[in-house]
Design a protein around this ligand. Structure first.
Ligand code: CO
Ligand code: CO
Ligand code: CO
Length: 323
């Protein structure tokens, strides 16, 4: 839900604030340094507490990586029922710590309240050079669109919760949600000015976040749906209504009139393009002549890199064309 856009205050050092649709706030504290701040928390999407902790941390870190920044400090945010054994919470935090250690981030504190339902997440602080902030609004005509993780975590975790899909079948989905976007982010920042825009793919789905990039940049995105990678089982699972997260419909309604859907795009593919993602990949707009190099660098780091589309000049009121 976006409710912050009307909260606007002027400050000469505020580089990215609530008026934009970016993933984190950016504030210059000296000529060489800007702070990047973000917060994310949500109820468990998997049963295993440590896995949930890993996913929550990877997801929260992602907003820092999307802006080309380096995460440094973290605070835990915990809602926890009094009747649950405290070991559950210890396991969640241990899972998160694993990912924070991997990211080189120091946990400096946090806050816990009693609540009916478990919720966990983190507030992260990162650092970036004020001149090297990557936003989601700089995409330019001719750029190529690169995606670094497969789509379908919403559908797969819904089916998992309902017992319609096994942990073994969902293994690639769990691994993908636990994976940090750190390596993809450093491959991206190594290319400097050739990177024009980036966002991470989360609750609004691939198309929702692509829309924010198109709208913020004043361009039209063309996405080749056949080039978009999907997680194991997602295409089959999404055909059953009970596996579809409610937000697929909401995400589609929000984009009504903004996206042109090609006649070859079937319903399963379309629904997955709208599927809300947790700890999704980076969606990067890179200059055409550097796109192959970027993909090579990301793959070298062990992550995925798929060329899924390109940036066109703004076409009437259409923000995205899906073929
Ligand atoms: Co984000
Ligand atoms: Co976020
Ligand atoms: Co406190």
């Amino acid at each position: 839900m976006q409710v912050l856009h009307q909260v606007k205050r002027e400050d000469p050092n505020l580089i990215v604030g609530p008026a934009s649709c970016d993933d984190a706030g950016v504030y210059k504290i000296s000529d060489g340094t800007a702070l990047v701040q973000t917060v994310d928390f949500f109820p468990p999407i998997v049963d295993d507490p440590a896995t949930f902790g890993r996913i929550a941390a990877a997801n929260a870190l992602s907003d820092i990586y999307a802006m080309g920044a380096t995460p440094r400090l973290a605070l835990n945010i915990v809602c926890f029922p009094a009747e649950l054994p405290v070991e559950v919470l210890n396991d969640i935090i241990a899972g998160a710590m694993e990912k924070l250690d991997e990211a080189g981030v120091l946990l400096v504190g946090g806050h816990t309240i009693e609540d009916k339902e478990v919720k966990f997440g983190l507030s992260l602080t990162g650092m970036v050079h004020p001149g090297k902030v990557i936003t989601n609004s700089g995409a330019k005509k001719g750029d190529r669109l690169i995606l670094t993780k497969a789509i379908g975590t919403g559908v797969v975790t819904s089916a998992l919760k309902a017992g319609k899909f096994s942990l073994e079948e969902a293994a690639d989905t769990i691994a993908s949600m636990c994976e940090l976007n750190a390596a993809a982010s450093s491959a991206m920042t190594a290319l400097g000015d050739a990177i024009n825009a980036c966002t991470d793919v989360t609750g609004f789905g691939l198309l929702g976040h692509a829309f924010e990039m198109a709208d913020g940049s004043g361009v039209t995105l063309r996405i080749d749906s056949r080039a978009v990678p999907f997680l194991n089982g997602a295409k089959q699972l999404v055909k059953k209504k009970k596996n579809r997260p409610r937000n697929i419909k909401a995400n589609g309604e929000f984009l009504c009139g903004k996206v042109k859907r090609g006649s070859a795009v079937n319903d399963a593919t379309w629904d997955l393009l709208l599927d809300p993602q947790t700890s999704g990949g980076l969606l990067i707009a890179v200059e055409e002549d550097k796109s192959a190099l970027l993909m090579e660098k990301i793959k070298e780091s062990g992550s995925k890199a798929l060329l899924i589309g390109e940036i066109l000049e703004k076409e009437c009121e259409i923000d995205i064309i899906v073929d």
